[in-house]
Design a binder for this molecule. Structure first.
Ligand code: 5GP
Length: 178
């Protein structure tokens, strides 16, 4: 595979379609085993996770539901600071086994701010499946229960992930050169 250009930046091949699919299939198999009979609710976080969620869900063979949310952040009052809310969550999560699907956990800030709000709604369990994780960038420790790949602290695009709006449609994952 050759390098590609997205906007003004050059990216090199990092994870192939085959690598992504076989890893996601293995994640789904673990989830099928762990959640058998629990009718889990998958909550995929848009935009970045749409491809990962779609492929993962195709490998799920147990009864399961999926919904998609968007996280919006806005400045609250001085005392609350930065607030993150979920848009589009139309399913009750009380007494459900919830599995969050995230494209990439970088600093961990997004999930660490948002998870307490989910916990507050009293799901039976709350776990995280992330396709990518940058351990070296982690500032807010998050426990990832199902992880695709640990990757270096370099910007990546493709497979749902964008660089300034572009690159989401690429089948593979590419890493910024330099
Ligand atoms: P965190 O709150 O964990 O720092 O950031 C998570 C979000 O930042 C991800 O859901 C993703 O939208 C974005 N992000 C972090 N690293 C990358 C990256 O390497 N490439 C792209 N395209 N987005 C990233």
């Amino acid at each position: 595979m050759a390098n590609i250009k997205v906007h003004d930046k050059e990216f090199e091949p990092y994870l192939t379609d085959d690598q992504l699919q076989s890893r996601i299939k293995a994640m789904a198999e673990a989830i099928n085993t762990d959640y058998a009979g629990k009718k889990p609710l998958f909550i995929a976080i848009l935009n970045g996770s749409f491809m990962f969620a779609s492929d993962l869900f195709k490998y799920i063979t147990i009864d399961a539901e999926i919904c998609f949310i968007k996280l919006a952040s806005y400045k609250g009052t001085k005392s609350t600071g930065h607030v993150i809310t979920a848009i589009g969550l139309d399913t009750d999560i009380i007494d459900r086994h919830v599995l969050i699907l995230e494209d990439i956990v970088d600093t961990g800030k997004t999930l660490s701010e948002f998870l307490p709000q989910f916990q507050h709604q009293q799901p039976l369990s709350l776990k995280i499946a992330a396709l990518l994780h940058k351990p070296d960038a982690m500032v807010y420790p998050i426990k990832i229960d199902y992880l695709g790949f640990s990757i270096p602290n370099k910007f990546v695009v493709g497979y749902g992930l964008d660089y300034d709006g572009l690159g989401r449609n690429i089948k593979e994952i590419y890493q910024l050169v330099g």
